[in-house]
Design a protein. Structure first.
Length: 221
């Protein structure tokens, strides 16, 4: 990235046994030349957490001669050099969420003189393989007319879903994702590609049926 971009990067290490923590060691910002030092690090296994500067994605993280992007960094045997590479060749997916076939609620609203309500949805873009800490899913909310945008995407293959009610934790469950496959859309995006898609809405009732089949108990919202 450019010097300006480097100054906007924040880097810290999260202990692997507390991967769901949103913080770790003191946040480090690289110098103008891109170099950085993470101090006071105990010998343990970590995940690297960083933000991608605007218009980029984290393409590579190397620890010594190993590629560790999305993987644990093992510092139990000693410390070493980390090298981060950000790329400007991001992908983007824009789209709309289809209205459900049963629009009876809208018809009833129109008949009663009440304004018609369009179902809202949250969109999840799930990669074929999540990072080892469970991260890697991209999210977006729908706006007017069910439109959504997913920017600064890593090029690759994804499964896209539009849900009436999102349970973020369950989206890391491979059994659930397998049950949902037929209700989403497979999407491939290349570097610098901007793709348009249309997604069906997975209703709350449909998700409850899937949860029931898998024996998953989800707290009521």
């Amino acid at each position: 990235t450019s010097t300006a971009g480097v100054k906007n990067v924040h880097i810290f290490l999260v202990p692997a046994d507390n991967a769901r923590m949103m913080f770790g060691n003191e946040t480090v910002t690289p110098k103008d030349d891109g170099s950085f030092t993470v101090e006071n690090v105990a010998p343990a296994k970590y995940f690297l957490n960083t933000n991608a500067p605007s218009g980029t994605y984290l393409k590579s993280v190397r620890f010594g001669n190993q590629e560790v992007v999305g993987k644990q960094i093992d510092l139990t045997q000693g410390f070493g050099q980390l090298a981060l590479v950000f790329s400007y060749e991001v992908a983007e997916i824009d789209g709309t969420v289809q209205l459900p076939q049963n629009a009876s609620t809208n018809v009833e609203s129109a008949a009663s003189g009440q304004p018609s309500t369009t179902p809202t949805a949250e969109v999840a873009l799930v990669p074929d393989r999540l990072n080892e800490d469970g991260s890697g899913i991209f999210y977006a909310n729908t706006g007017a007319g069910g439109a959504f945008q997913l920017k600064q995407l890593l090029p690759g293959h994804y499964h896209a879903y539009a849900l009436e009610q999102m349970d973020y934790g369950q989206l890391q469950n491979p059994d659930l994702l397998k049950q949902m496959e037929s209700k989403g859309l497979n999407v491939d995006v290349r570097e610098n590609e901007k793709k348009q898609i249309q997604l069906p809405l997975i209703t709350e009732d449909e998700m409850e049926q899937i949860y029931a089949r898998l024996g998953i108990e989800v707290p009521q919202q």
